[in-house]
Design a protein around this ligand. Sequence first.
Ligand SMILES: *[C@@H]1O[C@H](CO)[C@@H](O)[C@H](O)[C@H]1NC(C)=O
Ligand SMILES: *[C@@H]1O[C@H](CO)[C@@H](O)[C@H](O)[C@H]1NC(C)=O
Ligand SMILES: *[C@@H]1O[C@H](CO)[C@@H](O)[C@H](O)[C@H]1NC(C)=O
Ligand SMILES: *[C@@H]1O[C@H](CO)[C@@H](O)[C@H](O)[C@H]1NC(C)=O
Ligand SMILES: *[C@@H]1O[C@H](CO)[C@@H](O)[C@H](O)[C@H]1NC(C)=O
Ligand SMILES: *[C@@H]1O[C@H](CO)[C@@H](O)[C@H](O)[C@H]1NC(C)=O
Ligand SMILES: *[C@@H]1O[C@H](CO)[C@@H](O)[C@H](O)[C@H]1NC(C)=O
Ligand SMILES: *[C@@H]1O[C@H](CO)[C@@H](O)[C@H](O)[C@H]1NC(C)=O
Length: 420
Amino acid sequence: MPKITRQICKTAKMRFYLHILLLSFAAVVNGQHIFRLASFSSDVKSTLANVEEGSFLFISSSDNPNYLKNIQIETAGSFYNALDISTRMFSASSGRKIGLKVLRGLSITTTNNNTISSKLFGQLYVTTAAQAQDPNFLVYDVVARETITPTDNLSKTYVLFNVHNRSVDGFYPYYSGIISNLTQDPNSVLVMNTGIPGQQLRNVTKFFANPLNDTGVSHFFTNIEPLSIPLPVFYISATLNGPTFTMESGSIPATTINTTAVSTSGLILVNDDELAQNYTVNLNADPAYDGVCGFLYVSDLVDNVEADGFFYGAVLFAGFNYDNTEPYASREYKFYAQQLGIRPTSPNMGFYSFQYYNIKGALLPTPPTPQTNQPTNPATSRIPITSTTQKAIIPTTTKSADFKTFSILLVFSAVFQRLF
Ligand SMILES: *[C@@H]1O[C@H](CO)[C@@H](O)[C@H](O)[C@H]1NC(C)=O
Ligand SMILES: *[C@@H]1O[C@H](CO)[C@@H](O)[C@H](O)[C@H]1NC(C)=O
Ligand SMILES: *[C@@H]1O[C@H](CO)[C@@H](O)[C@H](O)[C@H]1NC(C)=O
Ligand SMILES: *[C@@H]1O[C@H](CO)[C@@H](O)[C@H](O)[C@H]1NC(C)=O
Ligand SMILES: *[C@@H]1O[C@H](CO)[C@@H](O)[C@H](O)[C@H]1NC(C)=O
Ligand SMILES: *[C@@H]1O[C@H](CO)[C@@H](O)[C@H](O)[C@H]1NC(C)=O
Ligand SMILES: *[C@@H]1O[C@H](CO)[C@@H](O)[C@H](O)[C@H]1NC(C)=O
Ligand SMILES: *[C@@H]1O[C@H](CO)[C@@H](O)[C@H](O)[C@H]1NC(C)=O
């Protein structure tokens, strides 16, 4: 009975989120290292447990400064307000943050009323002591355009906070940043993860890698498309001589994308707080050439939706579709693709991400028959040609009573999932 098992899992997960929420309103908050400022209510003094002596506290926030001033942080008998901590930067031109050293405990009180508190989007983050002592562990607010160029060949971790953008419309994600011009030494390994280092908040965290070897074949990408990353916080771990990249606040709103090189890798990532849309990536492949295409897919989908998609080549076609029973997948197809399409089945999907790639191979011996009538918007029924994953659509059998309970729990879950 896979359906029942799945629902039990989901319920357990929801309870877990609910549990965290209740704890965060109680006096002692255990174990968690990142919070939305909205988690702290005026009713109690919140003491964060398991905070290591010598760790760093950071606050990333674009909330109203008057409300930030009303949040007090106490450590080792000294008081700071959240505005002062959020503006501690190495320089006016850099988003790099200076942590507040935490000694002998950490507690938070607020004089904002709960209506105000619940609307705060800022994030409070506490590292471990080891991370605080590591000169290669760097925390940034992604704000004005800034290029990161390593000055040595040591491994580095960049924790990147996207600040909340207040001019939100229905399509602009709440928190979003763009990473562009990403280059790295061919011997280095780069991985991007959701959340914060050392604390796994989602079941799957890695959403981008270079080289990417998940399919069993390792590919190093010399060209990487600009990456639009609508996550409140994420981190980049990289070894050896790199990477060099530019980061800035914002998002790439286009849903039709032309890639910038014949061999390339890019990203389509949709977070819980966004409306999922159809994406079309024109890979601009020369049909005279052979090649490979593929993806790394990770997700945390809601029930009864699917992340569907396809690669078109000059001759071959591959379709894929995943529901919430498959949070992780990677595939490589032995053809040079001309187009990638991502077709979510609902506007409200939860979190999902595709790191896609297309790599030009050898000149084909005989030119393939040109295809003159290629549809750009295929019906789902065309997907099965070389499809490797087939899922039946899960019938909606949920009774209304169950559904009510379920949606209430979802509200709590959404609050926390947005953090990552
Ligand atoms: C909460 O505080 C805001 C700003 O000070 C104020 O405008 C609002 O009326 C307060 N709400 C309640 C319920 O006290
Ligand atoms: C890293 O740089 C140091 C000093 O410049 C050098 O001694 C070392 O060989 C380099 N290591 C690698 C793996 O390139
Ligand atoms: C990326 O690099 C290109 C070429 O060096 C440059 O024209 C472009 O402005 C850069 N983009 C960003 C966002 O820095
Ligand atoms: C996380 O993934 C593991 C392995 O695939 C699975 O057993 C587990 O149920 C998943 N947990 C959640 C909360 O989805
Ligand atoms: C795949 O890459 C990861 C780093 O992203 C590395 O730790 C791992 O050893 C690699 N696996 C193989 C089989 O090359
Ligand atoms: C906020 O979002 C708007 C689009 O709604 C965009 O034009 C603006 O540049 C964004 N501001 C920042 C700081 O990202
Ligand atoms: C992509 O390329 C096509 C054809 O070259 C062009 O018509 C279209 O405007 C381009 N789209 C974008 C978003 O650059
Ligand atoms: C996405 O594509 C599907 C299938 O091609 C179509 O049915 C749906 O209306 C499209 N959605 C949007 C938002 O364009």
